[in-house]
Write a protein that binds this ligand. Structure first.
Ligand code: F6P
Length: 318
């Protein structure tokens, strides 16, 4: 194998640049030519591919976003579209691609792998919703952003004796909300894993208000409830004046925290090693603080482990 490529796909995540840098530097270490594919599978099909040298990745380890750009490209599910991608790679003699992204990205990699392009998947998403790894690249940076925001919201909520409803990203995974709820000392968290019982929340907030608590923070994972309507109902039924904050895309930006830089770097290097050792169709993960790799099919179908112990804590600390 002489030429490999790297790309980022799906929602960007802080730490992706660290992974790109590691793939380039370690690829060069093994005398490979390393190419960067811009804007994920879309760029791949359009042939938006360029050779990278060590200086192209200088000082990117500390930068958020992805220097390669990213995109969602559902068209890649069509075989004809994928054939175009294979053609572009063959034209340049690129035999393997390291893809960094979420489960949609992994599905693309699995399909490409079946069409003869060696693929390795790295988990890059703020959602931490990939079951083949304990943590995804980007999760801890995003978590810090959410916690910083909750800290700020607490200041103003306490000053005004208010309840703050905070909507957090995660798609259909509650990890960002859960960890942020713990680290931010929030009183209630609502996630896909806990489910949502409005009456329990309303009763809890009513009792908090009645015993004179000055404020409450309710963290809610996106896609679960309409947080604006929920806030209205809390205000009407609990006695707490209530405000809503949808944190939105700030959760995806920012310089990666040290852990995401380490994760991106070590996973990027691990991926290159897999290719050098003749492996393909693998998904890299961190399990119990050790790097592992699984068949991408297995990774895609693996059931996510729910951190039940962590969920238990919240109720006992209110
Ligand atoms: O997957 C990361 C994520 O930020 C989710 O948390 C969110 O639901 C989604 O991406 C938003 O996607 P888009 O960038 O396509 O709007």
């Amino acid at each position: 194998m002489k030429k490999i490529a790297v790309m980022t796909s799906g929602g960007d995540a802080p730490g992706m640049n660290a992974a790109i840098r590691a793939v380039v530097r370690s690829g060069l270490h093994y005398d490979l030519e390393v190419y960067g594919i811009s804007y994920g599978y879309k760029g791949l099909c359009e042939g938006d591919i360029r050779k990278l040298d060590r200086y192209d990745v200088t000082r990117i380890i500390s930068r958020g976003g992805t220097i390669l750009g990213s995109a969602r490209y559902p068209e890649f599910q069509e075989r004809k579209v994928r054939e175009k991608a294979v053609e572009k790679l063959n034209e340049l003699g690129i035999e393997a691609v390291i893809v960094i992204g979420g489960d949609g990205t992994y599905r693309g990699a699995q399909a490409l792998n079946e069409m003869g392009i060696k693929c390795i998947g790295l988990p890059g998403t703020i959602d931490n919703d990939i079951s083949s790894t304990d943590y995804t690249i980007g999760f801890f940076t995003s978590l810090q952003t959410v916690v910083d925001s909750i800290d700020k919201l607490r200041d103003t909520s306490m000053s005004h004796k208010r309840c703050s409803v905070v909507e957090v990203m995660g798609r259909y995974c509650g990890d960002l909300s859960l960890y942020a709820g713990i680290a931010g000392g929030s009183e209630f968290i609502i996630t896909p894993e806990t489910g949502f019982d409005k009456e329990i929340l309303i009763n809890g907030l009513t009792s908090s208000h009645e015993i004179g608590r000055k404020h409450a923070i309710v963290v809610v994972t996106e896609n679960m409830v309409n947080v604006h309507e929920l806030a209205k109902e809390i205000e009407e039924r609990t006695g707490f004046e209530t405000r809503t904050t949808v944190l939105g895309y700030v959760q995806r930006g920012g310089d990666p925290v040290a852990f995401d830089r380490v994760l991106g770097t070590e996973m990027g290097e691990y991926a290159v090693q897999l290719l050098v050792n003749g492996k393909s169709g693998r998904a890299v993960g961190l399990k119990a603080m050790d790097y592992v790799d699984y068949d991408i099919n297995f990774a895609l179908n693996k059931k996510r482990e729910i951190p039940n112990k962590r969920y238990g804590i919240i109720g006992r600390l209110k």
